[in-house]
Each structure stands twice: as structure tokens, then as C-alpha cells.
Design a protein around this ligand. Structure first.
Ligand SMILES: *Cc1c(COP(=O)(O)O)cnc(C)c1O
Length: 236
């Protein structure tokens, strides 16, 4: 078995144990493989070992990778911060966007979604830790933003996403995930909670995660040489 296949087996068993521990069906938790900075070959291997969903943060890197992997039936998720000038390519080349935190970006994604593609699946990113430097809308903005995004014709609003600030305090860590769950519970018709990474997927699952976004535990440590780390708040 390759290292990636072994890592996948470990992560799948962590997900299964965490789901069982809180009485959830493991099938209700999706495994999103975060392949940023990883070469196309790593994605190919992970797909060969059973994964279909891949998350990327850097647009140009993602587009290059998609081109090299166009023979595979993969589902692509954009999970990084979004600048206005990137929305067209994201609307054209992704199936999900987890990191929408303002209406202007959602409007552009809807306007630019090609007519032959199904609606783009959207999660609103929420800043549940309240740090000024992090992306994500404020918790008090969620209801208004969700109502507006739900009206956009070429988007399908699915739920909420968060990247809580890293902390050693287990109670605070769990409380941050719980805040996102409580916000989702106030919205009708939304079912997706994108939360939990390599370090904290068990806690996220206990609080209702339906996508865990896992990079390091699947692919090993990332090499950021030559790339800006646009993902504030994630330990690398
Ligand atoms: C990089 C990244 C991840 C994966 O983090 P790991 O700690 O490597 O599992 C998850 N979500 C987002 C938004 C990321 O940018």
C-alpha cells in the first residue's frame, strides 16, 4: 500500500470512530481531501485509493492540476480566500465553493456560472473566532447573507464553513464548532457544515460536521516554498 493509501485508511477509521462515538452514521461525514501544494500525482493516487472530492486554495495551481487530471471524474471544491478577479474561473471550474463571505462574490459567481453547468454549491464562511485578521463573515451577518445568496439563480446554498482559530483549549475548540452548528440550525433547508481539519476532525464531527477538510493527515506536511500562505489561521 502506498503512503497515501495508508493515510486514507487511517483518516477513514478516525472518521468512523468519531461518528460512532457520538451516534452518527459515518456515511454522513464527507472526506474532502485538501490537495493544495500537492502534485497532480498525489491526487491521482488518492483517487485510486477511493477519494473523489478535492479542495484547493490557490486558483492557478488548481487550474493546472485540473487540466492534468481531466481524465478523472473528480469533484473540485474551492476553499481559499476569493478576490473578485478570480470569480469567473472559479465559477467555470469548480463544483463547490466553501469560502463565500460576502454578497458581491456570490453575485459574481452566480452571474459567471456557465449555463451548461449545474448550480454551484456554496457554503458561507463564518468567522466563529472573532479575529480581525481572518476571512469569513461575522456570525450576526449570516442570516442576511444566506437569504440574499439563496435568491441567486445559479448558486445552490448548502451550508456554512469555518476555520476556527487554532487553540489548545479543548472547550474553546469545541465551542467554536458548536457556534457554527447553532448558526446552521437557524437556517431552513441548509444541511452542510464544512468544519474540521487534520488536528480536530473528531471534535468537528461531534458537533455535526458533514465535510471534514483534511490535508496534512492524508498527504503529509505541505511545502510552501514559493507560495504565499493565503490561508491565515491554519497551522501548516
Ligand atoms: C489547508 C486547509 C485545510 C487542511 O488543513 P490540514 O490541517 O492540513 O488538514 C482545511 N481547510 C482549509 C480552508 C485549508 O486552507
Amino acid at each position: 500500500m502506498s503512503t497515501i493509501a495508508k493515510n486514507i485508511a487511517k483518516v477513514v477509521s478516525r472518521i468512523r470512530d468519531a461518528a460512532h462515538a457520538c451516534g452518527r452514521d459515518p456515511a454522513s461525514v464527507g472526506l474532502l481531501a485538501v490537495s493544495k501544494t500537492q502534485p497532480p500525482q498525489a491526487v491521482r493516487e488518492a483517487h485510486g485509493a477511493g477519494l473523489n472530492d478535492f479542495g484547493e486554495n490557490y486558483l492557478q495551481e488548481a487550474l493546472d492540476k485540473q487540466q492534468q487530471l481531466s481524465d478523472l471524474p473528480l469533484t473540485w471544491h474551492f476553499i481559499g480566500p476569493i478576490q473578485s478577479n478570480k470569480t469567473r474561473a472559479i465559477a467555470e471550474h469548480f463544483d463547490w465553493v466553501h469560502s463565500v463571505d460576502r454578497l458581491k462574490i456570490a453575485q459574481r459567481l452566480s452571474d459567471q456560472r456557465p449555463a451548461h453547468l449545474p448550480p454551484l454549491n456554496i457554503c458561507l464562511q463564518v468567522n466563529v473566532s472573532g479575529e480581525a485578521s481572518k476571512s469569513g463573515c461575522a456570525p450576526v451577518e449570516v442570516a442576511t447573507l444566506a437569504a440574499a445568496v439563496a435568491q441567486l439563480p445559479n448558486l445552490r446554498l448548502r451550508g456554512l464553513m469555518a476555520i476556527p482559530a487554532p487553540t489548545d483549549d479543548a472547550d474553546e475548540q469545541r465551542a467554536a464548532f458548536a457556534r457554527l452548528r447553532h448558526l446552521l440550525e437557524r437556517e431552513d433547508g441548509l444541511e452542510t457544515l464544512s468544519m474540521g481539519m487534520s488536528q480536530d476532525l473528531e471534535t468537528a464531527i461531534a458537533e455535526g460536521a458533514t465535510w471534514v477538510r483534511i490535508g496534512t493527515a492524508l498527504f503529509g506536511a505541505r511545502d510552501y516554498s514559493g507560495k504565499p500562505d493565503t490561508n491565515q489561521g491554519t497551522p501548516v
